[in-house]
Design a protein around this ligand. Sequence first.
Ligand code: ZN
Length: 393
Amino acid sequence: MKSQDYSIVIKGGHLIDPKNNINEVMDVAIREGKIALIAKNIDAGQARVIDAKGLFVTPGLIDIHSHNFFGTKENHYLGDGFEALPPDGFTFRSGVTTVVDCGGAGWKTFDTFKAQTIAHSKTRVLSFLNIVGEGMRGGPYEQNLQDMDAKLTAAVVRQHKEIVGIKVAHYMGKEWDPVDRAVEAGKIANVPVIVDFGGSVPPLSIEELFMKHLRPGDIFTHTFAQLASRMPIVDGQGKLLPFVDAAQKRGIIFDVGHGGGSFRFSQAIPALKAGFTPNTISTDFHTGSMNAGMKDQLNIMSKFLNMGMNVQQVVAASTWKPAQVIHREELGHLSVGAGADVALFSLRKGKFGFIDSSGFRMDGDQKLDCELTIRDGSVVYDLNGISRPLWNK
Ligand SMILES: [Zn+2]
């Protein structure tokens, strides 16, 4: 291929591509929306050059727990209501190019979600379909066992390529039916289930959830929550419960799902000290989390950096790992031929503070910032104009 065929060449950045085991300075060439070449010192020819010296270059981030079924219906919570948000306003500025709406729509409302959100977003929008037919309408709708139909849910999953799994959430009761029906739907449609374990007093056993109800590959979100109605993964003495490691080894996927009420340093710090790390990092993005401690995907990645994970690990947990978890292995890497979804980050050193969902602060000395995001080969966000020509030249 002649060098002048490239549309963009990203030069001199530190490439992190966990799938391909790359963690070194490399150039990236893009042509017709796809990755055309990864090599040292690519001849850019006539292509637009992006100088990425001092920056990290990674696959576009994948956030598997987001809430984007926005709408204007009263009392519709995260399913066509005011608490969900349009993805493009918030994704690209933090390097995210793919979101998975986590249960906003159910089998009865997916068509509306597709018409309203998916069809109008530059962000790639996928969906975990709620086991509740009405989706995440909040209140009594999410408690209605009669509206949790495994067969109908699975049937709609099979109709739409954007649906990557089943969500069960917010059920407040002692029955296992919501989880079991979601898993039943997951078996029929051959997709994973993601569980927000809701609550119950006294709490149901998460050991039983991991070992008896979920399958390897199913996802436990809100891993670091600390609530009276849900069993935590770290006990009152700061000890990681022994079955958690075993569950992760069994193949249960531990997802962050930070949100407005589901991430506590008193859980995460002892868990990481004990050697446990989450499989996937995600936001649980909605109006109640974005302006509180959560903020965005990069802020959560920065929290985990300051708690001891390295840059490569937090990038893997936000790219290749989530792609595998949702069975979309064409995403989350920069192999030649892959779609050109790319993010450029700076790692700032200084004095930073991070807030958890109960309002406690952890201090840190490093923070990731998004410099530039490419979606499908086009620059969609550029903080400092590094892809643009000078105005007077
Ligand atoms: Zn959520």
